[in-house]
Write a protein that binds this ligand. Structure first.
Ligand SMILES: [Zn+2]
Length: 562
């Protein structure tokens, strides 16, 4: 079944990250040497109300496109509808960086800084850490060892050491990165045993309440369940019969979760109820940790990952994603109702965003321009020529190797549009890097669908107000040791990849995300001003009346604050 292929690809990519840890990890861990692009000084809180929240609930919905909210608004009667209609919503909100993957996006949410400053630039160099182990679970260890700087958690603890924190997600990177380096209760889902786990970075054992939750085997209780649309057929405008979805296998409702226990706990990640389980687990944590009881401001960070899994599999225009958003709306509504039974709503501030968006299948546009001419871009011939040239010059390597979309050639890596050079090896072979990059740039630009190929040194002089692609790359990298050249595709194109729907580009389909605040500190309404996810942490810091401990890239979204 195709879902097995998805898991296999993920594992391959994960295995690859181990292989690549040598060069890229070293490259990515370099400290920035230039001042931040568009950096703002640490904001001064301007709120007049002296009361502060007892709980900051920060919800990150993985791959939640901003337009889903308006598109399904009339059918959102649960938590999403409540937040969308009752909150301060920034309609022009962006993850304003180029590699719109999960790890970089989550590193921005609660730090107020772009990936160029958090040090988290790609999933393959995200939280994967071979020096730590998972607790009571197989799989690679995970920690925030690559993350640089501080987050809202650190700022709150600096003000009041009583501050309590809980972060939960189905994904390790989505649980870890919003909190930064702080050793807090941070838990994610282990799809092998069907348990929530953490790593030895955070402590030697799981706390009693997590063990008790795992003992209930909640994920297993969904084994064999059929996913059918929750509303009548006429409520969905999207066709169900689109073979581009799910690699043309199991692309129509109903989708049946496997019954065998091993498969059931593995594949629940591709069904809407994984979000229900994550929220249920978070609520257990609120009670066990007595989170949000005050007087200090506590943090509950929840990242819900199923919108990403379903979006990848069926695309953003599918009947499946429509139904997922409706189910997420209901799950979130039930969660908020339960939370407000144990905590006063007026003490809670909620922020909601996404780590990135999602680009439709190039072949399928039901709600987008159908004449984009978009397709899947294959730059392998360009990279093959580069590898051959370098091999002929004596740069060592095994020729061009490709594992799950990451290219490794003689003296270079290419992933997500980023070329990294082994400059020492090139220097030893007397290769002129400027000439090499000029030729390579010309070759990239000959490939239809490639919009631009830029050296970071050239982007540094770009008009970063009007040239959003340049700006987004500069929010990712600031020197050519980290990224010698960055290649951007024209909107709606994909890198040649699997059958999955994709994100990861600097284009708006992947960068446009909801930015929403809800609670008595905010004025409900629609805010059309440009906002970035990096603005969220300083804005929350302002209402919690704490001062960030370092220079941030984001600024306080003052207009929305009462
Ligand atoms: Zn994704």
């Amino acid at each position: 079944m195709k879902t097995t292929m998805t898991v296999a690809l993920r594992l391959t990519r994960r295995a690859l990250s181990v292989l690549l840890l040598g060069i890229p990890a070293a490259i990515y861990s370099q400290q920035p040497t230039q001042p931040p692009t568009q950096a703002q000084p640490a904001p001064v809180p301007h709120v007049t109300d002296t009361t502060t929240p007892k709980l900051v609930l920060f919800i990150t919905i993985d791959a939640m496109r901003s337009d889903y909210l308006a598109r399904f608004d009339g059918q959102l009667i649960g938590g999403l509808g409540r937040l969308y209609r009752g909150g301060a919503f920034f309609t022009n909100g962006f993850q304003d960086h180029a590699i719109t993957e999960t790890a970089p996006g989550h590193s921005v949410t609660m730090s107020g800084r772009f990936p160029v400053h958090t040090g988290i630039v790609m999933n393959v160099a995200g939280v994967n850490d071979t020096t730590v182990k998972l607790i009571d679970a197989p799989g690679m260890g995970a920690s925030p060892f690559r993350f640089r700087g501080t987050t809202l958690t650190d700022w709150l603890i600096a003000k009041d050491p009583r501050t309590k924190v809980l972060s939960v997600s189905r994904k390790d990177r989505a649980a870890i990165l919003p909190i930064g380096k702080s050793k807090q209760p941070v838990f994610w889902y282990d799809p092998v045993n069907g348990n929530f786990t953490t790593s030895t970075y955070y402590g030697p054992t799981l706390p009693d309440w997590v063990r008790a939750y795992n003992a209930r085997k909640v994920p297993l209780s969904y084994a064999g369940r059929a996913w059918r649309p929750m509303l009548v057929d006429s409520a969905y405008t999207e066709p169900d019969s689109v073979p581009y979805e799910a690699g043309a296998v199991d692309f129509m409702f109903p989708h049946i979760q496997p019954t065998a226990p091993d498969s059931a706990v593995a594949f629940i990640t591709e069904f809407p109820w994984m979000d229900e389980v994550t929220l249920d687990f978070a609520l257990s944590g609120v009670k066990a940790l007595n989170l949000g009881a005050g007087p200090q401001t506590d943090i509950l960070a929840i990242s819900l990952s199923t919108t990403d899994a379903i979006g990848h599999k069926y695309g953003p225009d599918s009947r499946e994603i429509h139904d997922q958003i409706l189910r997420l709306d209901r799950s979130l509504g039930a969660f908020l109702d339960s939370l407000y039974k144990v905590r006063n709503e007026k003490d809670v501030v909620i922020a909601l965003t996404a780590d990135h968006g999602l680009t439709p299948f190039p072949e399928v546009h039901t709600t987008h321009d159908t004449n984009t001419g978009a397709h899947r871009i294959n730059v392998r011939p360009v990279l093959q020529r580069l590898s051959n040239t370098l091999a002929a010059r004596g740069v060592p390597g095994n020729g061009l190797e490709v594992i799950s979309g990451v290219y490794a050639g003689n003296g270079f890596y290419f992933d997500s549009g980023v070329l990294q050079l082994d400059r020492a090896a090139l220097q030893r072979a007397n290769v002129n890097v400027d000439t090499l990059l000029a030729t390579l740039r010309a070759n990239f630009l000959k490939v239809p669908g490639v919009a631009r190929a830029d050296r970071i040194s050239a982007l540094a002089t770009a008009d970063t107000v009007n040239d959003k692609i340049a700006r987004r790359w500069l929010h990712m990298f600031n020197d050519e040791n980290t990224a010698a050249m960055v290649v951007s595709l024209a909107p709606y194109n994909y890198w040649l990849s699997t059958y999955l729907a994709e994100h990861g580009s600097p284009n708006d389909t992947d960068a446009h995300v909801p930015i929403l605040f809800y609670g008595s500190w905010f004025k409900p309404g629609r805010y059309p001003e440009f906002a970035t996810v990096a603005d969220m942490a300083p804005t929350l810091a302002a209402v919690a009346r704490v001062t960030p401990l370092e220079k941030l890239d984001g600024h306080v979204l003052q207009n929305a604050i009462r």
